[in-house]
Design a protein around this ligand. Structure first.
Ligand code: ZN
Length: 203
C-alpha cells in the first residue's frame, strides 16, 4: 500500500507557514515503512530538531481506480480515520529553499500515525467533520473538513490522474492550523467527532 498526502489544503495553515495558496492540490507520498506500528511510540529522529505534528483526516481506499470522476469518487472509500503527518520542519525548510523534494522531511520511518478506521456511514456529512489533536491534554489543533480547499472526492479524482489507487491505500487530506513542535514525553491524542481514535507517546 501507499500513503498519499495532500499539502496546503486549509487556508489558515497555509497562512501560518507563509506558503502560497496553490492552484492545484500539493501531493506527496509516504512509503508504508513510515507508519508507526500499533502501540509503539513516535521516536524523534536524530536528523531533526523541529518535528511538527500535523493532524489530518484519513481516507482508506477500498477499490482499484484510475482517472476517477469526482462524482463517482464516493464509491472508492468506505472508511474514515485520523492520523498525524509528522514533519521535520527544519529539514523541510532547507529542502524547500533549494527546490528539492520533501521526502526526507515527510516520509521517514515513523512519520505517519494511522488510527483505526470508522465506516463513513457513521457520519452525517464528511464535509462537516470536527477533529482535534491534544498534546498532554491541551487542544493544540482543531479543524473541520468544511474548511478544506479540496474535498475528499475532489482529492480522489485529482490524485487518481497520476497514481492508480489500490485497496488499502490511505490518503492524508491535509492539516488545519496549529502545527507545532513535539518534545519527548508528549502524549498526542486524536479525536474525530469527539471520539478518541489514537494516542501516541513521543520519545
Ligand atoms: Zn500534512
Amino acid at each position: 500500500m501507499k500513503i498519499i498526502c495532500i499539502g496546503r489544503n486549509y487556508v489558515k495553515h497555509i497562512e501560518e507557514l507563509q506558503n502560497e495558496r496553490p492552484d492545484e492540490p500539493v501531493i506527496f507520498l509516504k512509503p508504508d515503512s513510515a507508519i508507526v506500528l500499533k502501540k509503539f511510540p513516535f521516536v524523534i529522529p536524530e536528523f531533526s530538531n523541529d518535528i511538527h505534528h500535523e493532524v489530518e483526516v484519513l481516507v482508506k481506499i477500498n477499490k482499484v481506480g484510475k482517472y476517477i470522476d469526482t462524482k463517482f469518487a464516493y464509491k472508492y472509500y468506505d472508511e474514515i480515520g485520523l492520523g498525524i503527518d509528522f514533519t521535520a520542519r527544519d529539514l523541510q525548510a532547507k529542502l524547500k529553499e533549494k527546490g528539492l523534494p520533501w521526502e526526507k522531511a515527510k516520509a521517514f520511518d515513523g512519520s505517519a500515525v494511522v488510527s483505526e478506521f470508522i465506516p463513513k456511514t457513521e457520519f452525517e456529512s464528511l464535509d462537516n467533520l470536527n477533529f482535534e489533536l491534544t498534546n498532554n491534554g491541551t487542544v493544540v489543533q482543531k479543524g473541520n473538513t468544511q474548511h478544506m480547499l479540496w474535498k475528499i472526492d475532489e482529492i480522489i479524482a485529482y490524485v487518481s490522474q497520476y497514481f492508480t489507487l489500490r485497496i488499502g491505500d490511505i490518503i492524508f487530506t491535509g492539516t488545519p492550523e496549529g502545527v507545532a513542535k513535539v518534545n519527548p514525553d508528549d502524549v498526542l491524542e486524536g479525536f474525530l467527532e469527539g471520539k478518541k481514535l489514537f494516542r501516541i507517546q513521543v520519545k
